[in-house]
Design a protein around this ligand. Structure first.
Ligand SMILES: C[S@@+](CC[C@H](N)C(=O)[O-])C[C@H]1O[C@@H](n2cnc3c(N)ncnc32)[C@H](O)[C@@H]1O
Length: 272
């Protein structure tokens, strides 16, 4: 694995070969978010799909948005490079193809709306992917790109860096998602000039050390330079992280980690 895990093919295969790790994080968001309203509904409100419309979902993962879009009477056509994700969506009866955001296998102006949620940070050429979304959108069509704020989960990443250093590992700076965060409005506007950013503050309130640790184990634990091929860093880091989290929990009675996210919204206007 190289240092930029966010686009490393080996890391992506490990992280998204099947839906297991993603499901752990999605379940944590559902159970431990401070805000009572649902993030997925919030994103779909911004997408605002209308009955009978065709919606493209780029980098769909296991398709967690699809039931919400279907409930509004629109039809989703999804794409993901991971065969495991494609199989998951197909198993649910979804319409899905294997492919890459940088070269969408879809006709010009095929969609009324396109969403690409929590995925552009994995795409080597993010601008090419945005241009492809522009191409497949009808004039007047809308794109929604959900992602994290630049400081999303900073506290967890700081604790990870502290723990990793204490064990002699070199922690990677920042997070996997920093290649495409809510700070990237200029990049989005370079293709969709009228893009707006909508920020949604939130935080995890993990009630137990185990809950926080499961989330950490699903992703951030791998953010070290040159991780050993046998994965031996994982049990070591998890044990050390458990001790640090235990201290936080003993002091605060909860483990609170801010996780602001949001989305970009834009329309394909004819004049740009
Ligand atoms: C964090 S998941 C997000 C899944 C889904 N959009 C969601 O919000 O639940 C990131 C997804 O992006 C996909 N992905 C990675 N590189 C991609 C690329 N170049 N083109 C399209 N999708 C990609 C991964 O396979 C994974 O399913």
């Amino acid at each position: 694995m190289g240092h930029d895990l966010s686009t490393d093919p080996g890391y992506l295969a490990y992280q998204y070969g099947d839906a297991a790790r993603l499901r752990i994080r999605q379940e944590a968001h559902r159970r431990y978010s401070e805000r009572p309203d649902d993030f997925l509904e919030w994103v779909v409100d911004h997408l605002d799909p209308q009955p009978g419309e065709r919606i493209g979902d780029v980098g769909c993962g296991p398709g967690i948005y699809h039931p919400l879009v279907a409930a509004r009477g629109a039809q989703v056509v999804a794409l993901d490079p991971s065969w495991g994700m494609v199989a998951e969506v197909a198993r649910q009866g979804g319409w899905v193809v294997q492919g890459d955001a940088q070269q969408l296998p879809w006709a010009h102006e095929a969609f009324h709306r396109v969403m690409a949620n929590h995925m552009l940070y994995h795409v080597p050429d993010r601008r090419a992917a945005l241009q492809e979304m522009w191409r497949v959108l009808r004039p007047g069509g809308r794109v929604v790109l959900a992602t994290n704020a630049g400081d999303h989960l900073r506290r967890l990443h700081e604790l990870h860096a502290q723990v990793a250093r204490s064990l002699g590992y070199r922690p990677l700076e920042g997070s996997v998602t920093e290649r495409f965060s809510l700070d990237h409005l200029a990049l989005v506007r370079s293709v969709f000039p009228n893009a707006r950013v909508h920020v949604r503050p939130d935080a995890f309130r993990f009630p137990t050390v185990e809950a926080a640790l499961a989330y950490y184990a699903s992703m951030a634990v791998d953010r070290i330079a040159d991780p050993p091929g046998d994965g031996s860093h994982r049990p070591r880091l998890l044990a050390a992280m458990a001790e640090v989290l235990q201290e936080v929990w003993a002091r605060d009675g909860v483990i609170r980690v801010e996780k602001t996210a949001g989305c970009f919204v834009a329309e394909k206007t004819v004049s740009g």
